[in-house]
Design a protein around this ligand. Sequence first.
Ligand SMILES: Nc1ncnc2c1ncn2[C@@H]1O[C@H](COP(=O)(O)OP(=O)(O)OP(=O)(O)O)[C@@H](O)[C@H]1O
Ligand SMILES: [Mg+2]
Length: 366
Amino acid sequence: MFELQAVLGFFIVFGILKWVYGSPKIKDAEPPPDNFGTKEVPFGRTDPKTFDEYKGQERVKRLLKLTLDTVFHNPHPKLLLVAPKGVGKTALAKIFAHAYLQKIRQHAPGSGRYIELVASTIRNKADLDNFMRRLRLWDVVFMDEVHLLRRRHADTLLTALAENRYPFAEGMSELPTSFVWLAATTDVGLLPEAFRDRFQVIKLDHLDIAALTEIAMSQDLPVAREAAREIAVRAVGYPREIKRVYARARDVALQAGSSEVTLEHAQVAFDLIGLDSNGLYPEDYEVLKVLYEHPKFYAPRKDGTRPMRYAQSERVVRALTGMDESLYRDSVEPKLLRLGLITVSSAGRELTDKGLALVKSLRKTR
Ligand SMILES: Nc1ncnc2c1ncn2[C@@H]1O[C@H](COP(=O)(O)OP(=O)(O)OP(=O)(O)O)[C@@H](O)[C@H]1O
Ligand SMILES: [Mg+2]
């Protein structure tokens, strides 16, 4: 009886010690667990799926193809795509992931998964541990909005990716010998500096009219060239705008029983969504109008004149337009800055001469 208790006791103690100190190693050969990641990259129906279908950004595409061609020599590419909203980061990351998975499957059939990781879902170290524990050989991870990752988790992750081992709660463990890490952000300035050092930073530019016209012409319904060009002009550099206008213009064409989107259909779509020939929406004009109608006045000079500037703080602009923070910061302000209609100055957000001329011209036509 005593012997039985001693043997049982030994196994219980051994089990507890193993549980506490054992460090389960991530084995490259282990099959993927549960439903983590997907075998195929989940493209949207109208998303570009290959580098050829992804228009413009030629330099960036060459760089990514180079990374793909040398992936067996450099098995841990870490790429950070940086661009304003709607310029094509997610689309490009998915195309790269798809091409990568195709390539490695020629080498290791059936392997590799696409894993999307939304940075804001990593609330604590246990979440990050849980994620890293499930990583397997040949996986490709895409972390969107990476600037939302908390600082201490970003530091842990960066060190792990550099050293290829990760500090799990149970102890240090090696990471799989090969996987790709893609990240995307609209604001590289919000990231720890180490991120910019350890990741290859790839900046995407706004698209030119030729590339935007091509996108408009490569949707499911044919689009007349002059319609595609006008849509491209009003998209002012943003491929997402092409998609938005095209979707309405196609509906207008279909409603009219047409098998092609003409310039007339596009004009109806512009009116319906409120996009004018300057590529501006009513909310963009709201900001310009507020700056014009609520200028900042400064203390009078000695000669009695009162200096004035068409400027306000961002907070006041948002309060006066009633615009929510993310719409203002992510979409409206970057576009107005890019079009040279406002500027960020010591006085806050300020109308440029071009912005002032535009507001004045509108007032004249009313
Ligand atoms: N170069 C391109 N060629 C064809 N379609 C494109 C291109 N760039 C973007 N698109 C399309 O434009 C839309 C917006 O692109 P995407 O979602 O990749 O932008 P994003 O930079 O990830 O934006 P966000 O910061 O809001 O996430 C998508 O429908 C995408 O398929
Ligand atoms: Mg995106």
